[in-house]
Design a protein around this ligand. Structure first.
Ligand code: FE2
Length: 259
């Protein structure tokens, strides 16, 4: 693993705040077109056997830069989960209810979801929708499915080959496909079997603390009142940041949050 393939502090902090990252790396000429051609011939749902039917898909998770991102977030002992899924969002489909892929009891990053889009996706094609920062919000799944548009939701769109890595607890859904084209997506999952003992990315301890504080403050927003949601948002992020760096657990210092 070349060090330059690992993420820097700013991207780890971005992930902790937003719960997802978008990435696009170079693949051999024609790779994504070839994947799309293979997927277009599949008329059933092969479930986790999608990589047996389209073996070249494994090149996505073998890509050195993809491995660098996953290793940065989950550590060098990360494992590719055997479960995966092929989503064929067809024209005229119904939107999916808001949901999370996991409900990690302590919201620490013990898993990671990767979405790979082998074709250009525009906003008419039923893109994935996500709500940044909701990975720490416990919402009952049966109620979430009835939620409609949520303030701050983001529609994912991007050129062929774009990927998203997401905290498994982030609120997301598939939206209605208004186009005449099917929209393909392959989901992979990774797990972290161990507890972090040190930062596994390109971590600069001299500057990372200030970066973390400023970016969390920017994301969570200004204090308008002594608001419990505000304090909770801070505390979840600080807890995950410390956990990923292998730092000992610390009692919350509420005065830090109120600066
Ligand atoms: Fe999902």
């Amino acid at each position: 693993m070349l060090p330059e393939l690992l993420l820097e502090d700013q991207w780890i902090v971005h992930f902790i705040n937003h719960g997802w990252l978008t990435m696009k790396f170079a693949f051999p000429e024609g790779f994504h077109e070839s994947v799309c051609a293979s997927l277009s011939k599949i008329s059933h749902n092969p479930g986790s056997r999608i990589t047996e039917e389209v073996p070249e898909l494994l090149e996505v998770v073998r890509h050195p830069q993809v491995q660098g991102v996953v290793r940065s977030l989950l550590g060098p002992g990360y494992q590719l989960h055997p479960r995966r899924h092929f989503y064929n969002n067809q024209p005229g489909s119904q939107s999916q209810g808001w949901h999370v892929d996991a409900a990690t009891p302590d919201h620490m990053l013990r898993g990671l979801v990767l979405f790979y889009y082998p074709q250009d996706v525009d906003l008419t094609m039923g893109p994935t929708i996500l709500v940044p920062g909701t990975q720490f919000r416990d919402a009952p799944m049966d109620r979430m499915t009835s939620y409609a548009n949520i303030r701050g939701q983001k529609n994912f769109a991007g050129p062929a080959g774009t990927m998203v890595v997401m905290h498994p607890d982030l609120w997301h859904a598939r939206s209605l496909n208004r186009s005449t084209k099917s929209r393909y997506m392959i989901k992979f999952m990774f797990t972290r079997p161990d507890e972090p003992v040190a930062a596994c990315w390109r971590h600069n301890p001299d500057s990372a603390g200030d970066l973390f504080m400023s970016k969390v403050r920017e994301f969570v927003g200004p204090v308008r009142s002594f608001c419990s949601d505000y304090l909770a948002e801070w505390e979840w992020r600080r807890r995950l940041w410390n956990w990923m760096r292998g730092a000992p657990a610390q009692a919350p210092n509420l005065m830090d949050f109120l600066v």
